[in-house]
Design a protein around this ligand. Structure first.
Ligand SMILES: *Cc1c(COP(=O)(O)O)cnc(C)c1O
Length: 381
C-alpha cells in the first residue's frame, strides 16, 4: 500500500487512514464469487466510518447490525432496511422498536425470552417481525479464545437441542414469522475446515427440521473470515474464492433457499491503518523503546487479544534496530510490538500500524481524556 506521506505530515496524529481503492477492489472480489441466491451483509461493528460505509452501500451489500445505534448508522448511510439483519444476545426494547419501525429484514434471535419480547413489541406496533434463530452449533474455531462464539459454553445463540421447539413455538405466536437459521462461529478464522465443519452441522440440523416438515427459506452462516496480519502487502485481499467455495462444496441448500453471509473484518481490515508520530526514543535498562503518540485507546486489539499489527516506519528506511513500540497510556499493556526490527527510528517519524481497518477506530476510547482519532480516506487529499 502506498501512503500520501507528504499530506500526512501536516495532520494531527494519531489518525486512521482508509484506502478506498483497496476497499473497492475487495468488494469487487467478493461480488465476483457470489451466486444469485447468495447475499453478503457487512458486519458494521468492524468499522462504521461514514466514508467506508458509503463505499459498501454503493457496492450493494446489506448490513449486519448488533445494536440500535448501528441500525441507525446504517439507515443514515443509506443501507435499505430490507437488507439489514440484527443480531445480539441483549436487545433493548428501544432497539427492537427501531428495527420494527424501520422494517429491517430479520432479527437474529438468541433466546426465547427475546422472541417473546419481539412478538409483544411487534403486536403493539401492528407489525410482523421476521426472525431467524441463532443456533449455537457447538463448532470450535481455530482462533483466539476471546473471539470464538460457536461453542456450547459461549453465551451466544440457542442450543441445537432446542431448535425444533423454538421454531415450533413461533407458529403459535401472532407477530413473528420464523424465516431462517443463523450461525456465527467466531472471527479471524483462516482454516477453511472450520467453515466446512459448520456446513456439515447445518446439514444435520436441516435434516432434523425436515423430519418435522420444516424447511426455512434463509440460511445465514455469519462471518469470521480472517485476514493476513503478518503480510498485508502480500495478501491485501482475503481468499474469498476458498471461503465461498467451501460453503458451495459442503453446504446442502434446499430448493429456493437463500444463503447469507456476514463478513466484517475480511472486508475492511486491510484497507485501514493507524498513522502515528514517534514522540521519543527511550533507552530503558534492558530495552530500547519507540514511544508513539497512538496508544491502546486508539487501537486496543494488541492489549485485548494479544493481536499483532505490522508496524512500518513511513519516513525512515535506513539501518536496523530492535525496539519495543509502545503508546503513552498509563497501562503496562499499552504495547504494540516487542523486540521488533525497524529502520533506525527518530523523533518525528511517521509510523503506520497496518491492517487496522477492522475493530480499530470503532473501538477507540477516551480513556485518559484523549481525543478520539479522526478517520481519513485517500479521497480527502
Ligand atoms: C462480529 C460478527 C460478525 C462479523 O465477524 P467478522 O469476523 O468481522 O467477519 C458477523 N456476525 C455476527 C453475528 C457478529 O457478531
Amino acid at each position: 500500500m502506498s501512503f500520501p506521506i507528504e499530506k500526512f505530515r501536516s495532520l494531527r496524529t494519531p489518525f486512521y487512514y482508509y484506502d478506498t481503492v483497496l476497499l473497492d477492489e475487495t468488494l469487487e472480489a467478493i461480488k465476483r464469487e457470489l451466486r444469485p441466491n447468495q447475499h453478503v451483509h457487512y458486519a458494521v461493528k468492524a468499522c462504521t466510518t461514514p466514508k467506508v460505509l458509503h463505499h459498501i452501500t454503493q457496492a450493494g451489500l446489506g448490513a449486519d447490525c448488533v445494536s440500535g445505534g448501528e441500525i441507525q448508522a446504517c439507515l443514515d448511510a443509506g443501507f435499505p432496511a430490507h437488507r439489514i439483519v440484527y443480531a445480539g444476545v441483549g436487545k433493548s426494547d428501544w432497539e427492537i422498536e427501531l428495527g420494527l419501525k424501520a422494517g429491517i429484514f430479520c432479527f437474529n434471535v438468541e433466546s426465547i425470552p427475546e422472541l417473546e419480547v419481539i412478538n409483544e413489541l411487534a403486536r403493539k406496533l401492528g407489525k410482523t417481525a421476521q426472525v431467524a434463530f441463532r443456533i449455537n452449533p457447538n463448532v470450535g474455531a481455530h482462533t483466539h479464545d476471546n473471539i470464538t462464539t460457536g461453542l456450547a459454553e459461549n453465551k451466544f445463540g440457542i442450543a441445537m437441542e432446542d431448535m425444533v421447539d423454538v421454531v415450533m413455538k413461533t407458529r403459535e405466536m401472532t407477530n413473528v414469522e420464523c424465516i431462517g437459521l443463523h450461525f456465527h462461529i467466531g472471527s479471524q478464522i483462516l482454516e477453511m475446515d472450520d467453515f466446512a465443519t459448520l456446513s456439515l452441522r447445518i446439514n444435520e440440523l436441516q435434516e432434523t427440521l425436515e423430519s418435522y416438515g420444516i424447511v426455512l427459506p434463509h440460511i445465514n452462516v455469519g462471518g469470521g473470515l480472517g485476514i493476513d496480519y503478518k503480510q498485508p502487502d502480500e495478501h491485501p485481499i482475503p481468499d474469498f474464492k476458498a471461503y465461498f467455495s467451501t460453503f458451495n462444496q459442503y453446504l446442502q441448500l434446499r430448493k429456493g433457499q437463500q444463503l447469507h453471509f456476514e463478513l466484517g473484518r475480511s472486508i475492511v481490515g486491510q484497507c485501514g491503518s493507524l498513522i502515528s508520530r514517534v514522540l521519543y526514543i527511550k533507552q530503558g535498562a534492558v530495552k530500547k523503546f519507540v514511544i508513539i503518540d497512538a496508544g491502546m485507546t486508539d487501537l486496543i486489539r494488541p492489549a485485548l487479544y494479544d493481536a499483532y499489527h505490522k508496524v512500518e516506519n513511513l519516513t525512515s528506511q535506513e539501518g536496523k534496530e530492535c525496539y519495543d513500540v509502545v503508546g503513552p497510556i498509563c497501562e503496562s499493556s499499552d504495547v504494540f510490538v516487542k523486540n521488533y526490527t525497524l529502520p533506525v527510528t527518530h523523533r518525528g517519524d511517521l509510523v503506520a500500524l497496518r491492517s487496522a481497518g477492522a475493530y480499530g477506530e470503532i473501538m477507540a476510547s477516551g480513556y485518559n481524556c484523549r481525543p478520539l482519532p479522526k478517520g481519513y480516506t485517500n479521497e480527502d487529499f
